[in-house]
Ligand binder design. Structure first.
Ligand SMILES: Cc1ncc(COP(=O)(O)O)c(C=O)c1O
Length: 391
């Protein structure tokens, strides 16, 4: 096939680190100290302030952070975690690695977040936590979830991997939970390259996570160096899951552009909303409610399949033909071979998640995206709909 040289390309992600991130990382690389030290401590403090939480522990990834939180509250075989099936595999891996069983509650078809009524139905005396995911950065229904968790005396632990820029009723996500875990993976709104952080009002959770993340040892190498004392003890069965000083340095640098990056994401999302507003007979736009501040990690549209003569995968292929790269966040977990096989009854087919999984499309959204790119994506969507929409 002949390549069209003039075809415009809009990738799904395009990661650009700030000058400050490169400067901080360079300083650290030359500092002679690469294990967790002052940059990790400064990054934890900065995130606690920004997310209005008392305590935070930086870890190697959100997946590791979720596993450590669950372990710290007593996850073990026989215990269950009620969660959404419309999530990244990391959520489920964390539950399984902590020894517990994921129990899926179906999603709300509009928000794509876990449906609190379903959560209520799925809680049993085996439930050790309820774990919502703020899909795309749109907050779950924390007021109702918290009421349910309080009534049932079950901790509310958020997989807040997408929601570093989100707020619910004016408060960042950790303030509605017993613990929330954010991700600094490469494509996230605030990146360190890789990394995560557990944020909580409970000091005991953060102390346990921090100690477990460094092999269960009472002190870090940096603390021992500062105190000129070599002695240490092991308090818990440990993991190697701490954040490195270099990753924290990148995160600190990225923090200096975080608010302006969020503003760019908001403006780009606003342009998508206007650009696609004439096509709502064929697609549904992301939810927007007054009490929810969307973090705009992802821009997810839902196809109205009955109004189109093509399926979602063909819709994505047609856009790729115009040079627009899209994604799917996510395939429901119970449709992935391994999980379908190993999860019992509790991890099976749910109708809303199945339907959503067939019609969602993630459009490009990142601070380096141009308004003209968004206009182009909207034009291409309009063309595909013109060709394949039912009259
Ligand atoms: C919803 C969700 N949970 C968990 C994770 C895992 O994050 P990490 O890569 O930091 O482990 C991701 C990563 O993309 C995610 O999207």
């Amino acid at each position: 096939m002949k390549k069209n040289k003039t075809l415009r390309r809009v990738p799904l992600h395009d990661i650009k680190l700030s000058g400050q991130a490169i400067k901080h990382a360079n300083e650290t690389l030359k500092s002679g100290w690469l294990s967790p030290g002052p940059k990790v401590a400064a990054f934890e403090k900065a995130l606690c302030e920004m997310m209005r939480t008392r305590y935070g522990a930086a870890v190697a990834s959100a997946t590791a952070g979720l596993e450590l939180v669950l372990t710290s509250i007593g996850a073990q075989p026989g215990k269950e975690v009620v969660t959404t099936p419309l999530t990244f595999v990391g959520t489920i891996e964390a539950i399984l690695s902590a020894g517990a069983t994921p129990v899926f509650a179906d999603i709300d078809p509009q928000s794509l977040n876990i449906d609190p009524d379903e959560v209520f139905r799925k809680i049993t005396h085996h439930t050790i936590a309820v774990m919502p995911v703020d899909i795309a950065g749109y907050p779950a229904d924390y007021r109702v979830l918290k009421k349910i968790c309080d009534t049932k005396s079950v901790p509310l632990i958020a997989d807040a991997a997408h929601s570093v820029g989100s707020a619910y009723r004016g408060k960042p996500i950790p303030g509605h939970t017993d613990a929330a875990v954010i991700s600094f993976h490469a494509t996230k709104n605030l990146t360190c390259g890789e990394g995560g952080m557990v944020l909580s009002k409970h000091k005991a959770i953060i102390d346990a996570v921090r100690i477990m993340s460094r092999h269960g040892l009472t002190s870090s190498a940096y603390q021992r160096k500062k105190a000129a004392r070599w002695d240490y003890d092991a308090m818990y069965p440990g993991y190697k899951a701490n954040m490195s000083e270099v990753h924290a340095a990148i995160g600190l640098g990225q923090l200096s552009v975080f608010q302006s990056d969020q503003e760019k994401r908001r403006r780009l999302a606003g342009r998508y909303m206007t650009g696609l507003s004439g096509l709502t007979e064929y697609i549904e736009l992301p939810p927007q409610e007054k009490h929810c501040r969307h973090g705009w990690h992802l821009f997810i549209i839902k196809l109205r399949l009955s109004r189109l003569r093509i399926k979602r995968d063909t819709f994505i292929e047609k856009l790729a033909g115009y040079g627009v790269e899209c994604g799917v966040h996510y395939k429901p977990i119970f449709e992935l071979s391994y999980y379908r096989e190993i999860l019992g009854e509790t991890g099976q087919y749910l109708p809303n998640a199945t339907y959503a999984g067939r019609r969602i499309v993630t459009l490009p959204l990142y601070p380096g995206l141009k308004m003209t790119d968004v206009n182009y994506v909207c034009e291409c969507i309009a063309k595909v709909i013109k060709q394949y929409g039912r009259k």
